[in-house]
Design a protein around this ligand. Sequence first.
Ligand code: VGL
Length: 180
Amino acid sequence: MRALLIVDLQNDFCPGGSLAVEDGDKIVMTVNQLMERFDLVVASKDWHPMETVHFEKWPVHCVAGTEGAEFHPELNSTNIDKIFLKGTDNKDDGYSAFEATSADLNQFLIDNGVTDLYLTGLATDYCVKASAIDASKKGFNTWVVNDAVKGVELKTGDVAKALDEMGALSVRFILSEEIS
Ligand code: VGL
């Protein structure tokens, strides 16, 4: 059993948002197409309080209930079976979707018999990486869909380094066209 995980495909991480990932919106169509091929689709949302230690490191973004925290408007979010909110505590960065507090992602996947998890979304070098590493450590066969993720790349080479770190922890890489 496989599931698709969409990480943080929210307005604030897309062009025009407060922590925009360059071309972050360009993956939306690919993610929409992928959703059609999966029986189970889950998504994380960064969902921060107005004041949090996280905003000492990053510009204010994805504050719970704001427009910036909404999914990108072109994402077919009606195809998402369950949403997991993370970073909800004022002491918690919540990079990984497995740190979600609204529901337990690991338990949800186990309860649904998921063995293989395919990751898409933003950003490759932060929340996708953290989520993929957690997924792999928890024993899921973990795939990152290379053409359905985008990185922040604060420093040149950050994305390449993130891919190496994930690969070293048995995360595998695939293209959306290879997924039927
Ligand atoms: C993210 C930086 C700060 C992400 C979240 O979703 O990758 N990056 N907060």
